[in-house]
Design a protein around this ligand. Structure first.
Ligand SMILES: [Zn+2]
Ligand SMILES: [Zn+2]
Length: 361
């Protein structure tokens, strides 16, 4: 039985604007009023609306499976088959997951606002604009729903100081009309999700390179999300770099924590960034991963569990759309799969997070 629906509102690592990282999570229940949480908010309401519109305007397409879909590509072919991006063993659906329809006489905008108002919590990995822009832009639609934004202390402080500072964006937390709150999380402390009774979220701190000017460490977060009724878990990562690059043990600690808290067979999937291909030199990674480092870290995870990662779904996010002939998402996927096979990682299923689709895990 599936435990999670992971809807990709956006997965781009730039430099294209729009479609940046935003992940909507819910339980696979077909209830129009089901609750959601979001990890990151680089994309938001607009993408919810366009996912609902696509299913509403082409109702027959919802029933058909999406394996023959063509995905927009800006490279050698203008479209690429979905099956080139997604492992065959993945359960993937077009649009939002179950319960994505419109109520009788509901417009697409009202339907999208209903889903939006049912997002009760945001978990922000780090305060870079490509992960938070929709928090600000969508905020006028927050007036009739309660929302809490959670993040590690550096994230929350940066959002207060640099985004909602009454200059870049109004300080919405200083007024009572909107039921918007922001609180910090303690690393490695799990907390229950209020709107999803069996869900617990644990923030795990990781490194995301150094700031450009002052060369200070840039903190990001990996969120472990556990469903205590099914005992299954997923891991949703923000931007991050390998321990090899940071020369710290952040990811080693994340892998150790997973081994201690989640049996491998209950770990349904990891969404993790791989921004650059292996052609990128280390000094140009800027706190991100390439296939060499991703496979190295997955090998460390496998070592922590003491066995191959058979059956694990790894969903790759945040690919940078760099210049070139071939779609960088396909280049990275191929490099990752080849390295994983060469290094005996086990039967790991690698896919690319495709905007507009929902992975059911
Ligand atoms: Zn970042
Ligand atoms: Zn980013």
């Amino acid at each position: 039985m599936a435990s999670f629906e992971i809807s990709i509102l956006g997965a781009s690592g730039g430099p294209l604007d729009g479609g940046n990282q935003g992940i909507l999570l819910s339980e696979p229940v077909g209830d129009l009023n089901k609750k959601y949480i979001c990890v990151d908010a680089g994309s938001g309401l607009r993408q919810i609306a366009s996912m609902m519109a696509q299913c509403h305007l082409n109702p027959d397409s919802v029933k058909s499976n999406c394996w023959n879909d063509l995905i927009e590509s800006l490279y050698e072919n203008h479209e690429e088959p979905l099956r080139s991006f997604v492992d065959q063993k993945c359960l993937i659906i077009r649009g939002l997951g179950s319960g994505n329809g419109l109520a009788t006489d509901e417009t697409i905008m009202n339907g999208a606002l209903r889903v939006f108002s049912n997002i009760e919590e945001y978990y922000i990995t780090h305060p870079h604009l490509d992960h938070v822009a929709a928090l600000a832009i969508n905020s006028p639609a927050c007036s009739d729903s309660e929302k809490t934004i959670w993040g590690l202390r550096p994230t929350v402080e940066a959002l207060h100081k640099h985004i909602f500072n009454d200059v870049v964006w109004p300080n919405l937390f200083a007024q009572t009309k909107m039921k918007l709150r922001m609180h910090s999380l303690e690393e490695y402390q799990s907390r229950p999700v209020k709107c999803l009774p069996h869900w617990f979220v644990t923030p795990l701190r990781v490194s995301h390179g150094l700031t450009v000017e002052s060369r200070l460490p840039c903190t990001s977060t990996v969120f472990l999300i556990q469903n205590t009724s099914t005992e299954k878990a997923v891991v949703i990562c923000g931007d991050l770099e390998s321990d090899v690059m940071s020369k710290k043990r952040h990811l080693a600690n994340v892998w150790k924590h997973l081994r201690k808290t989640v049996p491998l067979e209950n770990l349904m999937g990891i969404t993790i960034e791989c921004s650059c291909s292996n052609a990128t030199k280390d000094e140009h990674l800027y706190g991100h991963m390439s296939p060499n480092y991703l496979v190295h870290e997955l090998k460390e995870l496998s070592r922590a569990y003491g066995r191959p990662l058979d059956g694990l779904q790894v969903i790759i996010l945040h690919v940078k759309m760099s210049p070139g002939g071939r779609d960088p998402r396909l280049v990275i996927l191929q490099e990752v799969r080849q390295l994983a096979a060469a290094q005996g990682l086990g039967n790991v299923n690698f896919s690319i997070a495709l905007q507009g689709y929902t992975f059911v895990l």
